[in-house]
Design a protein around this ligand. Sequence first.
Ligand SMILES: Nc1ncnc2c1ncn2[C@@H]1O[C@H](COP(=O)(O)OP(=O)(O)OP(=O)(O)O)[C@@H](O)[C@H]1O
Ligand SMILES: [Mg+2]
Length: 235
Amino acid sequence: MTTPVLEIERLRKRFGGVIAVDDVSLRLEAGRIYGLIGPNGSGKTTLFNCITGVERRDGGRVRVSGERVDGLRPWEIAQKGVGRTFQVIRVFPELSALENLLVVTRGHLGGARTRALELLRFVKLEGLRDEYAGNLSYGQQKLLEFVRVLMRDPTLILLDEPAAGVNRTLLNDLLDAVRQLRDRGKTILLVEHDMKVVMGLCETVFVLDHGEKIAEGAPGIIQTDERVIEAYFGR
Ligand SMILES: Nc1ncnc2c1ncn2[C@@H]1O[C@H](COP(=O)(O)OP(=O)(O)OP(=O)(O)O)[C@@H](O)[C@H]1O
Ligand SMILES: [Mg+2]
């Protein structure tokens, strides 16, 4: 068996009386697209926060390409090849689209500029490179945030609701981009409420409910799983 890109063992996080992530275990193999779904408040974002070191976990282990990362600081985990977007957009509105990509780089600016321009082209935003990010549409800002994550060439990419509020054309650009990354060997884990996106994109889906992983499998199978249906519609 090959070393998983991400391996989580019995991860646990509580906020006071709320167990936001309840002994969740999962493993992600290289070059695949995974979905993480579940009703509002089921712990999806908290799981991302624990993987990336934004929240301190209460228990469990996280390994990236075989190496323990739980306990490391967020920037150290980023250096191990983990990139993520946030549910709430975090672009710098008063910087241009291009500058938004350059702010995350260190060192040789010429190389970074070339890469940034390539990435803007990748999501068809090259024509807007000098526009203030704040003037871009919501969907364009989400694409910009997505490619900013790619500036450091992460091996594992965590996307928190990338499609929410994005119009159909931009959504197709985003989905194409995600598939191309997968084809280049990247591993993607995305949180998404739009079931059409999840079903069309993901090879394996994990389902959370009240912080617990209640199902895992191919999207078609997940859709007919009784616990999943109950979690979504049974209350
Ligand atoms: N910083 C925090 N302090 C206290 N409770 C929190 C905090 N962050 C999350 N929670 C709680 O943890 C639980 C899981 O929240 P989380 O944001 O991870 O859910 P989610 O699945 O991402 O939901 P959504 O689909 O609405 O984004 C919820 O009960 C939430 O209220
Ligand atoms: Mg969330």
